[in-house]
Design a protein around this ligand. Structure first.
Ligand SMILES: Cc1ncc(COP(=O)(O)O)c(C=O)c1O
Ligand SMILES: N[C@@H](CCOP(=O)(O)O)C(=O)O
Length: 361
């Protein structure tokens, strides 16, 4: 079982012996991980299974990236780096900047111009990152970050750095520790494909050491306009409102396909409308506010049910990857004039606007 929250030491100290990182390195940690697995009465009712939400927005910078950043930054520091670089659609940069700040490293971020949610940009800047906007998409930024780390004194901490996946696989450990075994199905959004690859590593490792009796079927969901793993071809101009997964040529393509094939899973595409509907339903029914990309797995589950896929009697985990407060602009767009109702400072006017009828006296 998980330790009590006040005893939680972050993913390196909780799972050090299971992580392929140099022995004994000091952990740069914000006590990431230990995130809640929240039962969804709504989705369990719809599927006839037990549906759990792995709420990764509860990590210190509001996304799952912190699990991999504690390992990446700890290793970079131990190896003598003075500066770190990443390409990002937002969350990786926020996380890298926070952990770099703690480690005393200089964070440098490459992002696609105009395609980063404001909350994530604010995080990166507040943590002291130098942010460079690129006229191009995430895939261009990643190519540049790789080349920069090759030719300049900066360490690359994107998920192409294998220690990132070492940290991120701890989410699978936590799920098994909590449920007592692996779920039957694990659903999650997929962009650069590091996370699905990390979960699969974690599940396989737990089975190999006897902490789980099985591994789940992995189902990954991409936005329709950025769904290379579904079509089998890179997307030169990926487009989606779910900016975190606006990625056309995932770096962990091969590992993600292995996760799919070895687990008997699949990749599917969901439209932006499905993603935004799922985001709103999850917030209003289950009280869990996630950013658009994070709702892709929920949209996928709803689509699967609509297609008569059976999850009856199954244990299903859906990872919701990042917090809704990172991208309030997209959330508010969905409400139009609803938020424009203004009344005088008068209770009757407010009650009328709310459609309330006065109690009989
Ligand atoms: C909120 C969020 N969800 C999902 C993803 C997809 O994760 P991955 O790139 O590891 O596939 C990302 C980043 O790409 C993200 O920031
Ligand atoms: N969504 C990511 C993009 C990929 O970053 P990775 O290093 O985790 O593959 C982001 O937040 O930037």
């Amino acid at each position: 079982m998980r330790p009590a929250p006040h005893q939680w030491r972050g993913v390196i100290e909780e799972y050090r012996e299971l992580l392929d990182i140099p022995d004994g390195i000091p952990a740069i940690t914000l006590r990431e991980g230990g995130t809640p697995l929240v039962p969804s009465a709504w989705l369990s009712g719809l599927t006839g299974g037990d549906v759990w939400l792995k709420v990764e927005g509860d990590n210190p910078t509001g996304s799952f990236k912190d699990r991999g950043m504690t390992t990446a930054i700890s290793c970079a520091l131990a190896e003598g780096a003075e500066a770190v670089v990443c390409a990002s659609t937002g969350n990786t940069s926020a996380s890298m900047a926070a952990y770099a700040a703690r480690a005393g490293l200089k964070p440098l971020v490459l992002v696609p111009e105009g395609k980063i949610a404001a909350g994530k940009m604010a995080q990166a800047l507040m943590h002291g990152a130098q942010v460079i906007m690129v006229r191009g998409n995430f895939d261009d930024c990643l190519r540049m970050a790789r080349e920069m780390a090759w030719h300049y004194p900066v360490a690359l901490v994107n998920s192409v750095n294998p220690v990132r996946l070492e940290g991120q696989k701890t989410a699978a450990f936590e799920i098994v520790d909590f449920l007592g075994d692996a779920p039957d199905y694990h659903l999650l959004p997929v962009g650069n494909a590091g996370n699905i690859s990390a979960y699969w590593l974690g599940y396989k490792q737990y089975k190999a050491i006897g902490r789980a009796t099985r591994t789940p079927v992995m189902r990954g969901f991409q936005a329709e306009g950025a769904s290379p793993l579904v079509t089998g071809e890179p997307f030169p101009d990926p487009e989606t409102k779910a900016t975190a997964i606006r990625i056309g040529n995932p770096a962990s393509w091969k590992l993600a396909e292995e996760a799919r094939d070895e687990s008997g899973g699949r990749f599917e595409a969901v439209s932006d409308a499905q993603i935004l509907d799922a985001q709103r339903e999850l917030a209003s029914r289950d009280g869990v506010f996630v950013e658009p990309a994070s709702a892709a797995g929920i949209a996928g589950l709803l689509m699967d049910i609509g297609n008569r896929d059976s999850y009856v009697g199954a244990t299903v985990v859906v990872t919701v990857t990042g917090h809704g407060l990172k991208d309030t602009a997209t959330a508010l767009e969905g409400f139009g004039s609803v938020v424009d109702v203004v009344v005088d400072a008068d209770v009757q006017a407010a009650a009328e606007a709310a459609g309330l009828e006065r109690n009989s006296e």
